[in-house]
Ligand binder design. Structure first.
Ligand code: PLP
Length: 228
């Protein structure tokens, strides 16, 4: 990889600077080389998002000289990789079932870690997507509240592919009010203070609706190479 091919697009800083300081910018580097991560790090980025555990582990092994990176897992996680995810990520945004959460909690206890987690929720029907239906979440909350080795403190959501502006807004405002509703129930452990929502096409809307973390790939780095 030459210096030129890992150079960041010209608009990188402009996008980066446009994110309000109260919102965490997670640079999504899935399928991108470690040189791109280094280049973004040099511009000041410290939060990086990856969608696959194995790919992230391989990159982390080449970046051990950058110890202050916060790693975010944003892609679907199979329960049999829960332990590896806890070992290698500070944040797991894609907790999309109680069973997965229980596995993560168990791994966290064994590894004596306390990963930050988001529940991935679906505010509107979206059959192809992973996530817990908002309507089903309520009855599961007491069980999530028992998972004391996880810092279950966020909701993550993705609007359906090709959703209208209205639907996108409905999803984002729905996530915000779901977080408020959860917090009003007075759980001992479960407290939502993070909303992980907004990707390249809709992050401005997400921020307007209360996002505290945006996950941006294409708008920062340009189009990704196809996945392996
Ligand atoms: C790939 C991905 C992103 C980044 O998508 P862009 O549209 O390139 O910004 C954000 N969140 C998740 C869950 C992703 O898989």
């Amino acid at each position: 990889m030459t210096a030129a091919s890992s150079a960041l697009p010209q608009h990188f800083d402009e996008i980066y600077q446009s994110i309000p300081p109260t919102v965490t910018l997670i640079a999504v580097t899935k399928f991108l080389p470690v040189e791109t991560i280094r280049a973004a790090y040099e511009r000041g980025i410290r939060h990086f998002g990856e969608s696959r555990v194995q790919e992230a582990i391989a990159k982390q092994a080449q970046l051990t000289d950058l110890p202050d990176i916060t790693w975010h897992l944003i892609g679907h996680l199979q329960t049999n990789k829960a332990r590896k995810a806890v070992e290698h990520f500070d944040w797991i945004h894609s907790v999309d079932s109680l069973k997965l959460a229980q596995r993560l909690d168990q791994a966290a206890q064994e590894l004596e870690k306390t990963p930050h987690c988001c529940l991935q929720v679906k505010l509107v029907s979206d059959p192809p997507k992973y996530g817990i239906d908002a309507a089903e979440l309520g009855s599961l909350l007491p069980q999530f509240d028992q998972l004391i080795h996880l810092k279950l403190r966020g909701l993550m959501t993705i609007p359906p592919q090709g959703a209208s502006k209205e639907t996108v807004r409905e999803v984002f405002t729905g996530a915000k009010s779901l977080a408020d509703t959860i917090n009003q129930q007075g759980f001992t452990h479960l407290q939502i203070d993070q909303l992980s929502m907004g990707m390249s096409g809709d992050y401005q809307e997400a921020i307007a609706c209360g996002a505290t973390m945006v996950r941006l790939g294409t708008v920062l780095f340009g189009p990704r190479p196809p996945s392996a």
